[in-house]
Write a protein that binds this ligand. Structure first.
Ligand SMILES: O=C(O)CCC(=O)C(=O)O
Length: 312
């Protein structure tokens, strides 16, 4: 492929992304933009009405996932998901509502003007997408604020995003923006660099025919052997609010630990996938586009040459 003219990223940044499977882009948001996302996140928390909530819990662990309608139909809505430890045996919140929410999702990028501006109405973001050439014709399919509440903010176990947003071939790409300081004790993200090249997608998160959700194997006899590396040299990425936009390859392994501190750790994240004919997104995925709200395209026109989302 001929060397392209880059609009925002440097060639070193693009190369680093494809080498490590993630990259931190410094200074992507202005302080005002980061502050407005944080302020809007707090407003949304204040608007939460616990009395009219099914008290849904969310976890990315390997156990059967929450599969209720409140979760499954949240793609084109702004819905609130609670920390597991924030609900008592009596089904009532064990703490103030603003300290009980694990995340808000999954249609912020479409429905909320503050998040929409940073996600879909952002020329800089389009330039990053074009420079990366990970997708031909990307769509933004989900967005969320992740809260990591003090003392109870649950760990997000090791995973890759293409397991949860599966296309054939895998094309998920994550965008993650810290809205508050991320420290070793409040659940900063950590990554296994290069794992997108060695750890195949082995399973996908699906809607089950009997209702609810679960995991299904995507291994075939031709699949590369699962990663057998026993030593996991995870890199912990500490950061200040709004300091970075982190781009996360859909196959790179990453995780975050429980928030054991007294401080919150808010982050805004959204994901893109490629669209047909470059990638197939099927009806097994938990998140489904609706007629009134299809997944929005990110670029005005598809890109011709891509480096490839499917390098792993
Ligand atoms: O924000 C976090 O702690 C986890 C985020 C993450 O793993 C993801 O968005 O895939």
């Amino acid at each position: 492929m001929a060397q392209q003219t880059l609009e925002y990223l440097s060639q070193d940044q693009v190369d680093l992304f494809y080498r490590d499977g993630y990259i931190k882009i410094p200074g992507f948001l202005s302080k005002d933009e980061a502050d407005s996302l944080l302020a809007r996140s707090k407003q949304l928390l204040d608007q939460f009405d616990p009395e009219n909530h099914p008290l849904t819990k969310f976890t990315t662990s390997d156990h059967d996932h929450v599969g209720d309608e409140y979760f499954l139909e949240s793609g084109d809505k702004i819905r609130y998901f609670l920390e597991e430890d924030a609900v008592g045996a009596d089904g009532r919140l064990t703490r103030d509502k603003t300290k009980a929410i694990n995340k808000i999702g999954h249609g912020l990028h479409l429905l909320d003007s503050v998040f929409r501006k940073v996600t879909l109405e952002n020329e800089k973001l389009r330039s990053v997408v074009k420079d990366l050439r990970f997708h031909h014709d990307p769509v933004a399919l989900q967005s969320m604020v992740i809260f990591k509440q003090p003392e109870i903010g649950g760990a997000v176990p090791e995973h890759n995003d293409s397991t949860f947003l599966y296309t054939s071939p895998p094309t998920a790409l994550g965008f993650w923006i810290p809205l508050e300081r991320c420290t070793p004790s409040n659940g900063a993200l950590s990554f296994l660099p290069g794992s997108h090249l060695t750890a195949p997608i082995t399973k996908r998160f699906v809607r089950l025919a009997r209702g609810g959700t679960g995991f299904e194997s995507v291994l075939t006899p031709d699949s590369p052997k699962p990663d057998t590396v026993s030593e996991r040299n995870y890199i912990l990425e500490l950061c200040e609010p709004g300091e970075y936009l982190v781009l996360i390859h859909g196959s790179v392994l990453h995780k975050s630990e429980r928030n054991t501190s007294f401080r919150t750790r808010y982050a805004y994240t959204f994901h893109m996938i490629d669209s047909p004919p470059y990638a197939k997104y099927d009806e097994k995925n938990w998140l489904q586009p609706t007629q009134s709200m299809p997944f929005p395209k990110v670029l005005d026109a598809p890109l011709k040459d891509t480096i490839s989302a499917t390098a792993s």
